[in-house]
Design a binder for this molecule. Structure first.
Ligand code: BYC
Length: 312
């Protein structure tokens, strides 16, 4: 029952850094908040396989192909941990996928941009995974136990992803004039969408207040975005990439000031009008339909095993 005493005990646990576990009492609003954020996170991992999956068959070497395949498989694995963690809140995987296909659930806006060249593989790994790590390192301390534990494993894998992306960019930047141009253009395509991954400014983030009170989020959108900017600009400069922002500057405190994000573009992509929104959902729905026989076979196999165990 949702009474004052339950709420008080719940908040006391949060304040004392005690994780909330699936069978513990929790306010319905907390449960719904987590279902929304965690399922969006899971969808982002799985939809995020598409821009890179696009390049597996066209990787420039066998080594590059093996690395990219492993990376894209990891993203699918992250989706699975996160769907399982979300299911502990009493919602089924079928329901979560249905909301995604109906446009009721979001996924990270960054995955609605195209990946036309091999350099985009570098930019995605370095920037998109790099931004994801900053956010997810913070989420390792989130208050919901299954989400927090999923983040620990995901972060280990993401740091490999970030490095493989940076390696691609560094290699291209040591190459021919054409390769350098390709790297610079990919950097320009992914820089702003990566900064958008952290969400709206703190003052325009309606979910942040409860998220911070319940320690679902441990740092604000703007604080995390600034950490990413401060880490990434020196990495770009080290390999000779030009920051696509005429106004950026290093401040005395060691932090960088940058121009503001084009928020109209951000909200427009979220509303479904990005370059690849329609294609991403269409491909996901087709893959889901094509996988129906696998789900049926897995259920049939499981039922058979259970029958055999009963007979034994
Ligand atoms: N894109 O109040 P706010 C990966 C929405 S994948 C789309 O600040 P919140 C990878 C937000 O949902 C890792 N929508 O919300 C995979 C809210 O709308 P609703 C992805 C966004 O939740 C493959 C509204 O705007 N990481 O690494 O407090 C290959 C207002 O926002 C976005 C995660 O998913 C956005 N960028 O904060 C490579 C991290 N930003 O739901 C790499 C987990 C905001 O009220 N999520 N919105 O209708 C979070 O940490 C938080 O949900 C956010 C937003 C920081 C994203």
């Amino acid at each position: 029952m949702e009474n004052a005493k339950n709420l008080e005990e719940f908040q006391a646990k949060i304040d004392a850094e005690i994780k909330i576990e699936p069978k513990d009492w929790m306010p319905e609003e907390y449960r719904q908040h987590l279902i929304r954020q965690m399922s969006q996170h899971a969808h982002s991992e799985v939809i995020g396989m598409q821009p890179e999956g696009n390049w597996i068959t066209r990787s420039p070497s066998l080594r590059a192909r093996k690395i990219l395949m492993a990376k894209v498989q990891d993203e699918g694995g992250h989706g699975l941990y996160l769907y399982c963690a979300t299911e502990t809140l009493g919602v089924s995987r079928e329901q979560l996928i249905k909301w995604l296909h109906e446009g009721k659930a979001k996924y990270a806006s960054v995955f609605n941009y195209p990946s036309p060249t091999w350099a985009d593989m570098g930019a995605i790994g370095w920037l998109v995974d790099g931004a994801a790590i900053v956010n997810q390192v913070s989420l390792q301390r989130t208050s919901y136990g299954p989400y927090s534990r999923a983040m620990v494993r995901i972060c280990k894998e993401e740091s490999f992803h970030q490095r493989q992306g940076y390696e691609i960019m560094a290699t291209l930047m040591e190459g021919t004039a054409e390769q350098k141009k390709m790297a610079q253009e990919a950097f320009e395509r992914w820089w702003w969408p990566s900064l958008m991954m952290f969400g709206p400014h703190d003052g325009d983030s309606p979910r942040s207040s409860n998220a911070m009170k319940w320690k679902i989020k441990r740092e604000t959108n703007d604080d995390l975005r600034q950490q990413f900017i401060d880490k990434t600009i020196p990495q770009a400069e080290l390999i000779g990439l030009k920051i696509p922002d005429a106004n950026y500057k290093l401040l005395e405190n060691g932090s960088y000031e940058t121009s503001d994000i084009d928020w109209d573009e951000f909200w427009n992509v979220i509303k479904g009008n990005g370059p690849c929104n329609t294609q991403r959902i269409k491909q996901h729905a087709a893959a889901h339909d094509n996988g129906q026989w696998v789900r049926e076979a897995a259920i049939a196999y499981n039922e058979k095993k259970e029958q055999q165990l009963k007979l034994a």
